[in-house]
Design a protein around this ligand. Sequence first.
Ligand SMILES: NC(=O)c1ccc[n+]([C@@H]2O[C@H](COP(=O)([O-])OP(=O)(O)OC[C@H]3O[C@@H](n4cnc5c(N)ncnc54)[C@H](O)[C@@H]3O)[C@@H](O)[C@H]2O)c1
Ligand SMILES: O=C(O)C(=O)C[C@]1(C(=O)O)C=C[C@@H](O)C=C1
Length: 365
Amino acid sequence: MTQKIQEPLFGVAVIAGVGLIGGSLALGLRQRGLASRVIGYDASPQALEEALALGVIDEVRATPGEWLRSADLVVLAAPVKALLPLARELAPWLSPQATVTDVGSVKMSIAAEMERLGVRQFVPGHPMAGSERGGVQNASAALLENAVWVLAPTETTPLTALSRVRTLVERLGAAPVVMPPEAHDQLVATISHLPYLASLALTHMVARDERLSLLAAGGFRDLTRVASGDPRMSRDMVVENREALREATRRFIRQLEHLADTLDHPDDLLAAATEGKRTRDSLPVVKRSLLPPKFDLVVATPDRPNQLGIITNALGQAGVNIKDIEVLSVREQGGALRLGLETLDDVTRAGELLRELGYETRGRG
Ligand SMILES: NC(=O)c1ccc[n+]([C@@H]2O[C@H](COP(=O)([O-])OP(=O)(O)OC[C@H]3O[C@@H](n4cnc5c(N)ncnc54)[C@H](O)[C@@H]3O)[C@@H](O)[C@H]2O)c1
Ligand SMILES: O=C(O)C(=O)C[C@]1(C(=O)O)C=C[C@@H](O)C=C1
């Protein structure tokens, strides 16, 4: 656990919506000693119970009230569609001194609503990190470490509030980037919301032909991971940013049409492919302790008892840390497991070890 070396930045912190992101933020606050007390507020009693049991928060509250007046920091971390009603529910109880921020994926609508509600110390925010697996059970402070975290002040956001939230983000180990809400929504339409729509388009093509899902390998899985997110939440997120997303979708369709045309002009396609590789290869690699594992090892498993036990035991004894495990297929003549490992070196070592035990393996970095 990270050592507490500085005075708490905040007194009482309230996390409204204790799911994947709210829970991860709460854990960061607690582990880094950034708040004197962390209170969880959520529409779901089960989420609150779970958050308390997991040590994510110190206390729970299920209804707004006087208790909110003592909050020094309030973070709205509910799904995009619930953010505005949540803001309306909490606003009457907030102290004018409380610093308020949110983590929602769309910024213009919540910024306008907070202005309308007269919550002056509000700083719209959005950590560019996450997962398709929601809920507090998947929360981890490490999820937000090293993440780029957009802060999207409006013209009326007080500099003192911006500075406090910027310090919070830095102390959580993330990297604040400041831009206006309009710019955020346009950029995120292309970098996050469009990939979600594209993942739906691709998965729909596969859904109509079983032979396609049989052949789907790493490339298809990598491109469509976000389609596994909560459908309602994801739908609401992209609908909230529909204007910018429509424009991004039009540009994407033009790109696809252009690429289809270059099939008759291989030199043009090579130029496009070279540019694509350069762009993809130069994306900064964000080093987090809890990331979807980068290195996969696929192990073919015969139809015999205790295969999972033998494989995980052998790797555990060799000190190979399995970050993720997935059963890819179960067949009468055997199946396959995907092991998510931390490093390429782990893939090599685990592959050698398992092949010595008679397994067939295939590594992917
Ligand atoms: N999941 C991601 O990858 C990701 C990344 C960055 C930002 N975000 C944003 O973070 C926010 C939360 O997403 P998440 O993935 O943590 O979702 P989640 O489903 O894991 O958690 C949301 C929590 O909010 C609670 N909630 C729902 N309605 C509420 C209401 N009206 N009042 C109080 N609590 C309510 C739910 O019970 C749940 O505990 C969203 O606005 C999302 O756009 C998500
Ligand atoms: O699943 C992930 O890895 C994500 O980071 C999720 C992701 C994204 O599209 O990049 C999804 C929505 C958020 O608002 C921010 C991040």
